[in-house]
Design a protein around this ligand. Structure first.
Ligand code: NAP
Ligand code: ZN
Ligand code: ZN
Length: 352
């Protein structure tokens, strides 16, 4: 394949695991026939961005430009693009390409394609080097990986749906969470607050587990029927053996067994949080009551569009705090202190 021509845009990148993010200039390809070129308006700040920038999952190639909750305005489209036109407000999530021919891609489960291309940290087959994410002025993405955004939703508050939204929507749908079920959401951060909103919208009885007692009132406002402070052993014991389903969104080391023990017979704990180090599971936590322990990662393109359309119909967006690009390092420190209400979103005009 001929290398497409490239142009320069402003971005924020990390150059080592220890360095703060700082202004940089990166290359984007000139749109090819099937590409959509976006001016990025907003980019959400996912805890995965921090894990990636600081090499907590090992294998980060620098310079690293995070960001995979992208809302942009279409600037130009290639000659073969049919679904989008200049001026449209669109979304790009965690994936920018995949092989499109394997069984996973054919099933619309591109997140399981062996050759999936992440929005950042994957190999850029057009320009070489690593793919560079949404902490930047523009991005160029093949049409099939661009999503339609319902016109009634606030674009800034919609950005987090592209990762936090789909990552919680997908397992709640996969395991058919709904009326008559008692469902736990662990952690009230970016993912957790979307998990609470979706579980409530799907009709479940929702219990939010938090290490931050000060978040209880917000959790109830966001849709939780009950709030449990997980550091309080008596509050935890009161729920032993009673949950059908628990979604764990915690970003750091914590005791999974404390949550497995809250599941009833055949209950399922689904991990979406991705802490740096292994989390021990005690055998009796799962062999008692025939419990399951599962995981889930983002969602495919069709389900991400379904989730966005669901949010349009039900008027669901993220609760956000808008920041400037130059506040990103401070935002990371606050995220590490669980001080996010409940997603930071970068106003990308601040990068000009
Ligand atoms: P976040 O906004 O920082 O929220 C994480 C929450 O976890 C915190 O707000 C806090 O909630 C709780 N928490 C933090 N440290 C804790 C500790 N030591 N013990 C117990 N609870 C703690 O992060 P996020 O963006 O929602 O992401 C959460 C995790 O999911 C990250 O590891 C991220 O990489 C991962 N992720 C996975 C996928 C996937 O596809 N599987 C997608 C996106 C993100 P409380 O204050 O309520 O306790
Ligand atoms: Zn993410
Ligand atoms: Zn594939």
């Amino acid at each position: 394949m001929n290398k497409p021509r490239a142009y320069s845009v402003k971005a924020y990148s990390a150059t080592t695991a220890k360095s703060p993010l700082a202004a940089a200039v990166i290359s984007r390809r000139e749109p090819t026939a099937t590409d959509v070129q976006l001016e990025i308006l907003y980019c959400g700040v996912c805890h995965s961005d921090l894990h990636f920038a600081r090499n907590e999952w090992h294998g980060t190639v620098y310079p690293a430009v995070p960001g995979h909750e992208i809302i942009g305005r279409v600037k130009a489209v290639g000659s073969a693009v049919t679904k989008f036109k200049a001026g449209d407000v669109v979304g790009v999530g965690c994936l920018v390409d995949s092989c499109r021919t394997c069984p996973e891609c054919r099933a619309g489960l591109e997140q399981f394609c062996p050759d999936w291309v992440g929005t950042y940290g994957a190999t850029d087959k057009h320009l070489g080097g690593g793919t560079l994410g949404g902490y930047s002025q523009e991005i160029v993405v093949t049409e099939e990986f661009v999503l339609r955004i319902p016109a009634n939703l606030n674009p800034a508050a919609t950005a987090p749906l592209l990762c936090a939204g789909i990552t919680t929507y997908s397992p709640l749908r996969r395991w058919k969470v709904g009326p008559g079920q008692k469902v736990g959401i662990v952690g009230l951060g970016g993912l957790g607050h979307m998990g609470v909103k979706f579980a409530r919208a799907f009709g479940a009885h929702v219990v939010l587990f938090t290490t931050s007692p000060g978040k209880a009132a917000d959790a109830q406002r966001l849709g939780a029927h009950e709030v449990v402070v997980s550091k309080d052993a008596a509050q935890m014991a009161a729920h032993a053996g009673s949950f059908d389903f628990i979604l764990d969104t915690v970003s750091a080391a914590h005791d999974l067994n404390a949550y497995l023990n809250l599941l009833r017979r055949d209950g399922n704990l689904v991990l979406v949080g991705a802490p740096e180090n292994p989390l021990p599971v005690a055998p009796f936590s799962v062999i008692m009551r025939r419990r399951s322990f599962s995981g889930s990662i983002i969602g495919g393109l069709p389900e991400t569009q379904e989730m966005l359309d669901f949010c349009g119909t039900h008027n669901i967006t993220s609760d956000i705090e808008l920041i400037r690009m130059d506040q990103i390092n401070e935002a990371y420190e606050r995220m590490l202190k669980s001080d996010v209400k409940y997603r930071f979103v970068i106003e990308m005009a601040s990068l000009k």
